[in-house]
Design a protein around this ligand. Structure first.
Ligand code: HEM
Length: 110
């Protein structure tokens, strides 16, 4: 089931495309862009987000980043920012033609 979802996303390449599109959407979204413009090593952050999603799907590699609390607690993310970021993620999933069931599964993992 989890392996099937990994395949439905287009495997590692599909996941990489999705993560690229999510970050691009955040950088274009006035509600959250300043948060993401500050990231110094975007390649590394994208790698961690790919790992996070892939590990959540039940496939290797293991996630090597911080816990979600450690990564975000000092940022004081508002509810509005959180919802804006989720909107970006849903938009990127739509752009990548991800089906409804898979979208729900991904949101549950996040
Ligand atoms: C579904 C919710 C979210 C998930 C699953 C998620 C996931 C992640 C992951 C895996 C990382 C890498 C952690 C690390 O650097 O070790 C990260 C970093 C980051 N996240 Fe999130 N995130 C979420 C929501 C948000 C929101 C709402 C914001 C701000 C609007 C945000 C802003 C950031 C920023 C700026 C970084 C980079 C931190 C740094 O490099 O110092 N995230 N996130």
């Amino acid at each position: 089931m989890t392996v099937a979802l990994h395949q439905r996303l287009g495997g590692a390449e599909g996941i990489a495309r999705l993560v690229d599109d999510v970050i691009a959407a955040h950088l274009a979204n006035p509600l959250v862009k300043t948060r993401f413009e500050k990231i110094k090593d975007m390649a590394h952050t994208k790698q961690l987000v790919r790992e996070f999603l892939t590990a959540g799907l039940g496939s290797p590699p293991t996630y090597t980043g911080k816990g979600m609390l450690g990564a975000h607690k000092s940022a004081n993310v508002s509810e509005q920012e959180f919802l804006a970021a989720i909107d970006d993620i849903v938009g990127a999933m739509n752009k990548n033609g991800i089906d409804e069931d898979s979208k729900q599964d991904i949101l549950a993992i996040l």
